[in-house]
Design a protein around this ligand. Sequence first.
Ligand SMILES: Cc1cc2nc3c(=O)[nH]c(=O)nc-3n(C[C@H](O)[C@H](O)[C@H](O)COP(=O)(O)OP(=O)(O)OC[C@H]3O[C@@H](n4cnc5c(N)ncnc54)[C@H](O)[C@@H]3O)c2cc1C
Length: 349
Amino acid sequence: MTNIAIVGAGMAGLVCAQQLTQAGYSVRVIDKSRGVGGRVATRRLSDTKADHGACYLKPKGELLQHLVKLLVQKGDLEVWTDTLHELEPNSSSIIPNSPSSLPYTAPEGMNVIAKFLAQGLEIHREQRVNSITLNSQNHWHLISDTNEEFTASSVVIAIPAPQAVMLLEPLAQLLDNSFWKKLRSVEFYPALTVMAGYADSLPQPEWKAITFKDNPVLGWIGLDSSKRKIARSHFVVHSSADFAERYFESELPQVGQQMLQTAASTLNLLWLNNPQWMQVHRWKYAFPKTPLEQSCLAAETPVPLVCCGDWCGGNLVESAMHSGIAAAEHINNKLEQRKLPGINFLDAL
Ligand SMILES: Cc1cc2nc3c(=O)[nH]c(=O)nc-3n(C[C@H](O)[C@H](O)[C@H](O)COP(=O)(O)OP(=O)(O)OC[C@H]3O[C@@H](n4cnc5c(N)ncnc54)[C@H](O)[C@@H]3O)c2cc1C
């Protein structure tokens, strides 16, 4: 029996787990994936890596600024560029702009950020939680797809809201209307992401990343190889939400090729259409479309149950981290009201 079970080892779940672990609670984090980080994801390729989830961190508030500062000191993060680009609809001119906060990337892949936050935590990987019930002693009882069982006095659900709806559906009788209504109101945009590699003799573009405004097919393209110390070029291309909605279930090689074709003709870089290799990833829940304004969502259950994630208060890594802290505060207030480390938890890692 643990004090707290946390479902999801993305940024929200990891931050929440650190807050509570460092305050002395016994905490178990359970994630369905092999690695940690959720949408802060890096794929290993034959001779390199590509960030097919979060592209960079643009810290605005104190919490993310502090994390970035520590990871820059460790050599894990660095400024990628001081100029990001945009392409207006029906235009061929790529407009440079200086972002208000600089984009930081990780030469070893963005998931080093999650690995840093995961230090010292008890994490059960490759365990998809598919049942949560309240037993007769008022303890949460979680069962995973491999029949692993966890019992806890409090539970934190740190996964995208639509996945939380599916997981908690059988508990509907126990959950108050207000909680249910808010949880169900959160929708997500999907995305399709292409990773594509090219010969090293091709000319390098003058940009590192372009955001496509209102393009029916494309959302973003980045020269991912420029984050790494390698000669060969590879790009990461994210689709628009509309394109992902229409072609989500289509054959991946075809959608990948269609996205590269559009990028090649829109940017007038015809070789983009002929990669040496290509991989495509489906993100069913990529970005919150209708996030809540509050920083976490607690149910009025006999023992604590709270949901958190980027969809509480925003749509990026920074809101996921704030939401993880808010969920930890909620649980702590309901349990023993210990002193939580707050932003200082980072210094202990
Ligand atoms: C393509 C793309 C590009 C992005 N670019 C940026 C960017 O440049 N900058 C930025 O700040 N943000 C970016 N984001 C958003 C950012 O990645 C997210 O806001 C953030 O990572 C969300 O963290 P989270 O902890 O809320 O959720 P997630 O990262 O989704 O974590 C949820 C975790 O729960 C696990 N899980 C789900 N269901 C279960 C279950 N039943 N049992 C066990 N485990 C489960 C998942 O495996 C996952 O690890 C991007 C996202 C995408 C998809």
